[in-house]
Design a protein around this ligand. Structure first.
Ligand code: MG
Length: 332
């Protein structure tokens, strides 16, 4: 391992995984942590518990801001375990000189998003550090959710499942890149940042047989599929042309030289659903405003490759690997 932590170590991909396993997992090793789920399942399966820190730059961007992101990020990780977000903490590290008006705007966004989840902030912490010690504001939220459906796990995916996404992918990563580079888009590109609990609740209410769910944040859909292939010891075969990508995101990807599947999302999730329920799940997802392109993107085979295969529209096959290198730092 490197002697120093590089930016790539925070990419949500290969180097990030390496840092987590060689430093944190090694030290904190326990059965709950090693399940590597979006949220820890504790208290006999009744509660989900998760934490996330937010450092996005710029703080305000089309579709959301750091406040909305800080609530969505943690609440979505709880929702991905079939849990209703309930109680959050909110810790902020603020740079000296930060405008109170901007802080109020960020907190207003948090309040709005908490209401969508039916969650409340019950504890918090505020630190102010000298100018230059942080860039404007960093926020940490931790959350506890009540598990509505037990047994959802990224370790149980099998060839009886189909893999779905709830919408077109890559909007958050593309939006942050465009905002940072000052790229003017001719058509509206905005972050997908959104609370996913309402979609999860609708699927659970309809008794859709969900094996696993994961929000495709840093590392994008590629990272999720690779994590799942490893955790469940399966092979996932993706049909490239079925992955929904908007023209705006495709354009940004060409500029960046990135694959849309490696771009970060904040309101996009991947689902493994029992085959017989997959079409019903898509119909339910499509009733949500941003999910008109919900679709099946992959199937699962029991070839114990722990790999993701991408089938192109020209009939070629290649591995879709976990993203690596310096992707976009400070994306969330
Ligand atoms: Mg997650």
């Amino acid at each position: 391992m490197n002697k120093t932590v590089t930016l790539a170590c925070g990419n949500g991909g290969e180097e990030n995984n390496e840092l987590i396993s060689s430093v944190f997992y090694k030290a904190f090793k326990n059965e709950i942590l090693e399940k590597s789920e979006d949220a820890a399942i504790i208290h006999g399966g009744a509660l989900a518990f998760s934490t996330d820190s937010f450092t996005v730059s710029p703080l305000f961007f089309p579709g959301a801001d750091i406040g909305k992101l800080a609530v969505c990020g943690t609440c979505n990780d709880l929702a991905m375990m079939g849990a209703q977000p309930k109680y959050l903490t909110c810790s902020v590290i603020i740079e000296e000189g930060f405008e109170t008006r901007e802080l109020e705007r960020i907190v207003r966004s948090m309040k709005q998003e908490l209401a969508i989840n039916g969650a409340i902030v019950v504890s918090g912490d505020t630190k102010v550090v000298p100018r230059g010690s942080v860039d404007k504001i960093f926020i940490n939220t931790s959350g506890i959710g009540e598990v509505l459906k037990k047994g959802i796990s990224s370790n149980n995916i099998s060839e009886d499942d189909l893999i779905l996404v709830n919408r077109d992918i890559g909007c958050h990563g593309a939006t942050i890149f465009a905002a940072r580079e000052g790229i003017e888009m001719s058509s509206p590109l905005k972050s997908d940042c959104e609370s996913l609990f309402p979609q999860v609740k609708a699927l659970l209410d309809a008794e859709i047989k969900i094996t696993a769910m994961r929000d495709a944040t840093r590392g994008g859909v590629s990272a999720v599929l690779n994590e799942w292939a490893k955790q469940s010891n399966v092979c996932i075969e993706v049909e490239e042309e079925k992955i929904p990508v908007s023209d705006e995101v495709k354009g940004i990807c060409e500029m960046l030289g990135f694959e849309a599947a490696a771009l970060a999302n904040e309101g996009t999730f991947v689902l493994a659903v029992k085959k017989e329920d997959a079409h019903r799940a898509i119909e339910i997802l499509k009733t949500f405003e941003n999910c008109s392109r919900a679709t099946i993107i992959a199937n699962v085979t029991d070839a114990h490759l722990k790999k993701v295969i991408l089938n192109s529209s020209w009939g070629t096959k290649r591995f879709l690997d976990t993203p690596s290198g310096e992707l976009l730092p400070r994306i969330c």
